[in-house]
Each structure stands twice: as structure tokens, then as C-alpha cells.
Design a protein around this ligand. Sequence first.
Ligand SMILES: Nc1ncnc2c1ncn2[C@@H]1O[C@H](COP(=O)(O)OP(=O)(O)O)[C@@H](O)[C@H]1O
Ligand SMILES: [Mg+2]
Length: 278
Amino acid sequence: MKNPEKTETKASFAREHDMTVGEIGAANLRIQCRGINVYYGEKHAIHNVSLDIGRNEVIALIGPSGCGKSTFLRCLNRMNDTIVGCRVSGEITLDGQNIYDSNLDVVPLRAQVGMVFQKPNPFPKSIFENVAYGPRIHGLVASKAELEEIVEGSLRRAGLWDEVKDYLLHPGTGLSGGQQQRLCIARTIAVNPEVILMDEPCSALDPIATAKIEQLIDELRNHYTIAIVTHSMQQAARVSQRTAYFHLGKLIEVGDTAQIFTNPKHQLTEDYITGRFG
Ligand SMILES: Nc1ncnc2c1ncn2[C@@H]1O[C@H](COP(=O)(O)OP(=O)(O)O)[C@@H](O)[C@H]1O
Ligand SMILES: [Mg+2]
């Protein structure tokens, strides 16, 4: 049985202390989302979400299946543009620039705001080519030596170099699942992103491969802003500094990860983290 008084207290607290933006000081602000709505045809999938994301932080997006985590994540690099019938309104700025500006080229945007998916998806090409492809098409390299340097640097930063340095011409698809996911991270890093979006990046991996990716995420935070969708509350608690809880397309609460998991301010958040639903 829920305690109605507690629900009331929490809800009124939530109204008094707007917890659904998580504002960040200007110096650390990286991404600012204001009044984001997303529709798939008639379906209203994201309702008026405003959220700040900071420099060098990992923010976890959590919530029950279907609550809009992936949809919201895809707003941040305009991947929803690729879905027929999907419409996004509101404003998102990256370092002060409106990413939905009609003059903005989405190709460099998607390099700046890279994405790693649930299922590792290396190209059916060599390990080297998987990483070299992006810098080449984005015109980031002037010579073969420079390209080799970027490939090595990206694989090192993704924690994969030592495992693959003698097999660079072998197919990327021949690697283990965890290695493939680190290869996809290296591919993202190779085009100098500022932000990396990860949508349940470990859900196809075993616990050891998952632990490696989690450790990597912690290291990557020194260089990039990371937004990660995860269905694992343990993972959110391990890798993120802030956590945003979504419910039925709404952002219910955002705050320091420790606070969200130990002292949520909203009843819905509490119900989810204590396993009452989800
Ligand atoms: N391509 C799509 N077309 C229509 N509806 C979609 C599409 N993708 C997601 N949805 C709907 O939008 C809602 C949010 O989905 P999603 O963002 O995938 O949630 P989550 O990632 O939290 O599980 C769900 O109701 C889902 O059915
Ligand atoms: Mg999803």
C-alpha cells in the first residue's frame, strides 16, 4: 500500500523545487534542452522535456521500457530526423548553438555528437577501416601517417589497441561482442566528438565485457560528455554522476545519481528504483 501522505509530500516538493531541468552553471553547460516534444505521427512520445547536460559528466537516462529514453537520446544528434513520421519541437543547443537550425548540416553534427548503439554494429570491413572511415569522409586527415595515428589513438582511448594491434587488417566483425562495442566506441572517437550518446551499450554483452565498457566510460568522461540510456539501475549508479528518470514520455526528476538512488524526491522515481514497477 502506498502512503498517500508521502505521495502528496513528494509531489508538492517536486512542484516547489523544479527538479525536471537540472540546471547547470554556464561554465559547465554543454547541452541545453528546452520544451522538447516528440511525436511519431499522432503518438506523443516526449512531453515538454527540459534538461541541461554538463561538461565531462556522464548522465544516465533511466525509466521503464517505452518511456522515451531512446527517443529523447536521438533528439540530441537529430537521429530522429531519419525516422519517417517523427517530429521534434523545442530547442536544443550544443555549446550555445541551436542544433535544429535549418541551416545546420547534420553530418558534422552527428560526428560532434556521436552515437553507440545497443547491438555492436561494426562495418563489414577491417578493424583499421572501421576506425579510419570517419576521419577520411569527414576530411580530417592529410596523410596516411596522420590517419594511422588517429586510428591508433582512437583504439587506445577505447581500450582496444593492445588486443588488436597485430590484427588491424582482420574483419571487425570477427571480434568478440565486447571488443566490437569498443571498436564502435573507437570509431565514434575517431571523428573528434564532443558528446557521446550510448543507448544500452552493454545490453548485448556478458558481465566481463560490460565491466570493461563501464570502466572505459569512466575514463572517457575526462574528454567527453556522455549520455547513456540503461535499463540497469546498478549500471546507472556505477557509471553516472547525474541521473534523469523518465516516465511515460515525461522527465520526472533529474539530480545527482546518489541522491536519485538514495533519496528520490518524486514518488514515481521511488517506485521505480525500489522495483515496484519497471
Ligand atoms: N519508430 C517509432 N515509431 C512509432 N513509435 C515509436 C517509434 N519508436 C518509439 N516509438 C514509441 O515511442 C515511445 C517511446 O519509445 P522509446 O523511446 O523507444 O522508449 P525506451 O527507449 O524508453 O524504451 C514508445 O511508446 C514507443 O512505442
Ligand atoms: Mg530504448
